[in-house]
Design a protein around this ligand. Structure first.
Ligand code: NAD
Ligand code: GLY
Length: 367
């Protein structure tokens, strides 16, 4: 086990550490023993990740004296629902899981969100641990305690804020991640540079090739910086009353892209990548950032191999899809805008003509 970084997320009695390193699995029994009182754990994973990592995790945990129940779910966002949650609860009840029993999420954001919500509600709350295995989950979904499932009428509509007891990021898991998923996670990494950390953005510009080759030394540094930003933001605003909303840069436009294409064409991170360009374009039109900032953002996204253009729907179609976003407050859409690389702000009064032009400037040509 080689822990490269241990990062605290400070939330009083609910504080926890984010461990980042290589071969973390091998030391997890000791790391868990130091924070858990119970010895009964369930590892929740899916049919893609379990064959890759479950055996190793189980043997380490059993060696450490834990009794372990694997719960393997179908892979896919379409399974992030009540039915699958029920599968988790059934297994926990049938195996007499108690208040001191612990749930471990082994997988991407879908597994992390569902396991977290199961942990938040089973017996009114049991401990849970995040072992995120996608870049997106390592830099975003596993940190900060947003948990939940989808409803047929919308994504992530049912859930709870519930913090894990530990996040263990094993960089080696990224080696098996499909490239397209790695890039989708990279979009969220770029987001942190844009909203908060100009030096991170420059580092990404400089080290992009190494990241694309899954160089774990560079990735350790990048993931550490992203988690440090998220930890600071969440520590100051756990329930998204204010600055946590900055983490949604590009997500309102991205949500419209996902909805208009019925979640079939763009991965979430890909839609966010285009959404960030639309948000930066809007910001530049409003005089909040320079053309040079917009160019750097779209260039980095393009160099990453992420899409830079949205599907060719009308701006009115985009606006009505955006209005159905769950982040709408008092009927108003809140836009996260770019005040130059490394700085961002929240706006609810934005000229619709400028929004339409930011959309139209960044669409694929009509076929
Ligand atoms: P995902 O969990 O669906 O994982 C993507 C794919 O990669 C899946 O097929 C998965 O089985 C596979 N996979 C995972 N790890 C792998 C590995 N190491 N090797 C090979 N394949 C692997 O998707 P995601 O992008 O990780 O997460 C998206 C989900 O996260 C969405 O449901 C979204 O709502 C949620 N999310 C939550 C938060 C939050 O704050 N809670 C933030 C962002 C996103
Ligand atoms: N992914 C956004 C948040 O955690 O607030």
């Amino acid at each position: 086990m080689q822990t490269k970084h241990t990062l605290p997320l400070e939330l009083g009695s609910r504080s926890y550490n984010i461990l980042i390193g290589n071969d973390l699995f091998s030391g997890l029994d000791k790391a868990l023993s130091s924070i858990l009182t119970g010895r009964q754990v369930a590892v929740v994973s899916n049919t893609t990740v379990a064959p890759l990592y479950l055996d190793r995790l189980l043997s380490v945990l059993r060696r450490g004296g834990f009794s372990v129940l694997p719960i393997i779910l179908e892979d896919g966002e379409e399974h992030k629902n009540w039915t699958t949650l029920q599968t988790i609860f059934n297994a926990l009840i049938e195996n007499r899981f108690e208040r001191t029993s612990t749930l471990i999420a082994l997988g991407g954001g879908v597994i992390g969100d569902m396991t977290g919500f199961a942990a938040a509600s089973y017996l009114r709350g049991v401990p849970f641990i995040q072992i995120p295995t996608t870049l997106l989950a390592q830099v975003d979904a596993s940190v900060g305690g947003k948990t939940g499932i989808n409803h047929t009428l919308g994504k992530n509509l049912i859930g709870a804020f519930y913090q894990p007891r530990m996040v263990a990021i094993d960089l080696d898991t990224l080696k098996t991640l499909p490239r397209r998923e790695l890039l989708a996670g990279l979009a969220e990494v770029i987001k942190y540079g844009i909203i908060w950390d100009a030096d991170l953005f420059s580092l990404l510009e400089e080290k992009l090739d190494a990241i694309l080759e899954t160089d774990t030394t560079v990735l350790a540094e990048v993931i550490h910086r992203c988690c440090a930003i998220k930890a600071d933001i969440v520590a100051a605003d756990e329930r998204e009353q204010g600055q946590r909303a900055l983490l949604n840069l590009g997500h309102t436009f991205g949500h419209a892209i996902e909805t208009l294409t019925r979640y079939e064409t763009y991965l979430h991170g890909e839609a966010v990548a285009v959404g960030m360009i639309m948000a930066a374009d809007l910001s530049q039109q409003m005089g909040l950032c320079d053309k040079a900032d917009l160019t750097r953002i779209s260039t980095l996204i393009e160099r990453s191999g992420l899409p830079t253009k949205g599907p060719a729907f009308s701006a009115d179609n985009y606006l009505s899809a955006m209005a159905r976003d769950k982040k709408v407050e008092h009927g108003k859409i809140r836009y996260i805008l770019v005040d130059g690389i490394g700085k961002s702000s929240i706006h609810s009064e934005v000229d619709v003509a400028l929004i339409k032009s930011a959309i139209n400037n960044n669409l694929q040509p009509k076929r």
